[in-house]
Design a protein around this ligand. Structure first.
Ligand code: GLN
Length: 476
C-alpha cells in the first residue's frame, strides 16, 4: 500500500514496517509504472538496498540519524551524488559519474535517507515541461496526456505516482513549485542562500536554489530542515538559522495579500482553486487583503534576460576540454563546435541569446535594464510585506497543459512562468500546495514569504492542506 511521507515515518516508528520493506515496495512500483511515466533517469536499486539495510540496523540499535531515517527519496538529476550518473538531462553530461556528493545530498545521507535514484528534468533545468530532457519527456501521473511541468518534472511525477514520498529538485524560476502544482504535491523553494548550491549543476547562479517536493507538508518540512544551512563551499549560503518548520499554531490573525491585478486572465479552474484557498484561510481567521506587486508583470522579460545571460556564462565550461565528452573536430574551434552540438535546441537558443545580451553595446540595453526591473520587483515585495505576512497567488495561470502544446512555442512556455518568477527574482521563499478543491486536475496555490521566513509559509500551508485520504500530519 502507498504511504505518504508522514505515514512512512509513523509506520517506521511503530515498527509496522522497515526501511527495506518501504524500499521494496518503491522499487516494485517503479518497475511496474515508470516505463510509462519515465520519471527516473537512473534507479540505484543496489545502493538503495544497502542504505535501507543500514537504516534498519540503526533503528534496531536505537541509533537513528533523523526522524525520517530509512524513508526512500529521489534526487533531480542535476544534483551530484557520489559514484552515480549526473546528466542534468543533457547528452553533454551523458556517462558522467560524479566523484562527490552535493552538500544537500550529503546532508540527506547524514539524515539516513535512502536514495532511490535520479529523476528526469529539462536539460540543465531549462524548461517548464520536462520535454526538453535529452532522454525523453516525463508524463503527468494524473493524466498521461499532460506534462508534469518542469524542470523538476521527474521529481514531481515520482512523488505524485507514489514511487517515493519526497524528492529534491531545483528551482531557478519555478522548477520546483510549478511541477508540484501540476502534479498535485507540495513544493518548496526556500530563500536564496538557505540551501547550499555546492554540487548543483549550475544554470543561473543568482537564482538557483535547491528545493523539496513531498506528498505532504510535514515531509517537505523535514527534508528542508535536513538540507538547509550554511556551507563553506558555497559563499552565497546563509548562516541564518532555520526556524522550526513544525509550528502548528493556529493561523488566526495572520495577514495574507493577494496581488489581484497580476491575476487577470487566469484559467477559471485556477481562479476557483484560489477562491477555495482564500475561503479556507478566512474560515481559520486569516485576514485577506489586496496587494500590489509593482513591476511583476515584467518578471518574465527580466528573468529570461538574466537567466540566459548567466546560463551562457555557466555553460561555457562544456567545451570538450574541461567538461563534456570530447568530440572530433577540425582544430580547437572544430572541437568546441562538435562538442557543443550535443546541447539540445532550447539550451542552444538560450546560450545564443545569453551571449547576445551580454555583448558590448547590448549589455546596458538588456542585462542592466533587467537587473533594474529585478530590483524594483524586490522592492515591491518589501512594500507589500508592510501590509501582510505572506502573499497568496496561484502557482501557474493554467492547469497542466497537454504534452506538445507549447514545445514549439518557447514564448508561450516562458509566459506560463509569470507567477513563479517574481519570488525567484526577489530571492524570497515560496511554497506551492495543492488547492483545497476537488477537480480532476490539480491546482497549485503559491505562498511567498519574507526572506528567511519559511516558517510562516509552512504554517499557512498546513492550514490549506487536505488530502483525499484524510491523512493530515505527523504526531509531534
Ligand atoms: N521554466 C523556467 C525556465 O525555463 C524555470 C526553470 C527552473 O526553475 N529551472 O527557465
Amino acid at each position: 500500500m502507498r504511504l505518504r511521507f508522514a505515514q512512512q515515518v509513523a509506520a517506521l516508528e511503530a515498527g509496522s514496517t522497515s526501511s527495506s520493506a518501504l524500499l521494496t515496495r518503491a522499487l516494485a512500483a517503479i518497475a511496474q509504472d515508470d516505463p510509462t511515466l519515465h520519471s527516473f533517469l537512473d534507479v540505484d536499486s543496489d545502493g538503495a538496498r544497502l542504505m535501507a539495510a543500514q537504516s534498519d540496523r540503526r533503528r534496531a540499535a536505537g541509533a537513528l540519524l533523523s526522524r525520517f531515517d530509512g524513508v526512500p527519496v529521489a534526487l533531480k538529476d542535476n544534483l551530484a551524488q557520489e559514484g552515480r550518473p549526473t546528466t542534468a538531462g543533457s547528452r553533454i553530461l551523458q556517462g558522467y559519474r560524479s566523484p562527490f556528493d552535493a552538500t544537500c545530498v550529503a546532508r540527506l545521507r547524514q539524515a539516513g535517507a535512502v536514495i532511490v535514484g535520479k529523476t528526469n528534468l529539462d536539460e540543465f533545468g531549462m524548461g517548464s515541461s520536462t520535454e526538453n530532457s535529452a532522454f525523453g519527456p516525463t508524463l503527468n501521473p494524473r493524466d498521461h496526456g499532460r506534462t508534469p511541468g518542469g524542470s523538476s518534472g521527474g521529481s514531481a511525477a515520482a512523488v505524485a505516482a507514489g514511487f517515493v514520498a519526497a524528492a529534491l529538485g531545483t528551482d531557478t524560476g519555478g522548477s520546483v513549485r510549478q511541477p508540484a502544482a501540476f502534479c498535485g504535491v507540495v513544493g518548496v523553494k526556500p530563500t536564496y542562500g538557505r540551501v547550499s548550491r555546492f554540487g548543483v549543476v549550475a544554470f543561473a547562479s543568482s537564482l538557483d536554489q535547491v528545493g523539496v517536493l513531498a506528498d505532504d507538508v510535514d515531509g517537505a518540512a523535514l527534508l528542508l530542515t535536513a538540507i538547509a544551512g550554511v556551507d563553506p563551499r558555497d559563499g552565497t549560503s546563509s548562516a541564518r538559522a532555520l526556524p522550526a518548520l513544525d509550528d502548528v499554531a493556529p493561523v488566526g490573525g495572520v495577514r495574507i495579500g493577494v496581488p489581484r491585478r497580476l491575476l487577470s486572465g487566469i484559467d477559471s479552474a485556477v481562479a476557483e482553486g484560489l477562491a477555495a484557498g482564500e475561503e479556507r484561510l478566512r474560515d481559520q481567521g486569516v485576514v485577506v487583503v489586496d496587494v500590489d506587486l509593482p513591476c511583476s508583470e515584467y518578471a518574465v522579460a527580466s528573468y529570461y534576460v538574466i537567466a540566459m545571460a548567466e546560463a551562457s556564462s555557466n555553460l561555457a565550461r562544456y567545451d570538450g576540454v574541461r567538461f563534456g565528452p570530447r568530440q572530433r573536430g577540425e582544430g580547437l574551434e572544430g572541437l568546441y563546435e562538435s562538442t557543443r552540438a550535443l546541447f539540445g535546441s532550447e539550451v542552444r537558443r538560450r546560450l545564443l541569446l545569453g551571449s547576445f545580451v551580454l555583448s558590448a553595446g547590448f549589455y546596458d540595453a538588456y542585462v542592466e535594464q533587467a537587473q533594474r526591473v529585478r530590483t524594483l520587483i524586490a522592492r515591491g515585495f518589501g512594500a507589500a510585506f508592510a501590509s501582510c505576512d505572506a502573499i497568496l497567488l496561484p502557482t501557474t495561470p493554467t492547469l497542466p497543459f497537454l504534452l506538445g502544446a507549447k514545445s514549439l512555442d518557447p514564448l508561450a512556455m516562458y509566459l506560463g512562468d509569470l507567477f513563479t518568477l517574481p519570488a525567484s527574482l526577489a530571492g524570497l521563499p515560496a511554497l506551492s500546495v495543492p488547492a483545497p478543491c476537488i477537480s480532476s486536475l490539480p491546482v497549485g496555490l503559491q505562498l511567498v514569504g519574507r526572506a528567511f521566513d519559511e516558517a510562516t509559509l509552512f504554517r499557512l500551508a498546513r492550514a490549506l492542506w487536505t488530502t483525499s485520504d484524510g491523512v493530515a500530519r505527523l504526531e509531534q
